[in-house]
Design a protein around this ligand. Sequence first.
Ligand SMILES: [Zn+2]
Length: 279
Amino acid sequence: MQVQKSGGRMIGAIEVTPLWDGPLPSSLEKIPDPLHRAEAEKLLAQAGPDALTMNVYGFLLRLGDRFALIDAGAGRLMSAELGRLGAALNAQGIAPGRIDTIFMTHVHRDHFGGLIDGAGKAAFPNAQLVLHEKEAGFWLDTGREDLPQRARRHYDVTQRALSSYAGRLRRVKDGEAIAGVSAHPAPGHTPGHTCWLIRSGGQAMLAWGDLIHLAQIHLPAPHIAMEYDLDPAVAKATRRRVLDWVARDNILVAGAHLPAPGIGAIVRSGNAYAFKPGG
Ligand SMILES: [Zn+2]
């Protein structure tokens, strides 16, 4: 199995290492508005066909002698091409049992599938699972029938994955920090979608989850809505706000679906943004 090995990046005393989980193909069909779709087609014509394939990344954090993850990849829940995060972690010399905290940006299969192993048990036996209280409430305190139609599809596997961490699931509030990593709400993609702000030694990086999906579309044209977002209008406003913030304040970003290496800087020009790989 191919493992993309990448070096870590120091944010003060915290080392952030992208763990590549695999490729995730997308499609222009995921853009419901025909005008937006035409605009996206133009952007992709300049970018080339590969721009329709997203990466999936999780991130390893080294916090002194502790290790944490941001998201866990797709595991075995999606395609055979995904689920490489465990091997990427292994290539860093870190056994799953050494991960003591997993910060979840949100509860979608390409982010939580890797939480469970082939037998449906917790793949990280010693990890506390950290979720924003809104995201945890949405998936855990809402009955299947009360969820929006699109959120119901993977209800059973979602419950199974989260329940394998029962008793060690921690719900956090806006701004709450654990070991220098704090929850920054970024709703729209899901109700409790969370960016994790990593701060140390005067430096900062924002692990922004699914703030954007296709970099070649959403960075130049953040207003383009895709079906992935449960509330497209809120997602669009969040996208603008966060892009503006990280570009203005020179905050590095770590994105679940960014081009390689998954971390870098965001540069603004007019109303458009661009990704500078590595920063
Ligand atoms: Zn995702």
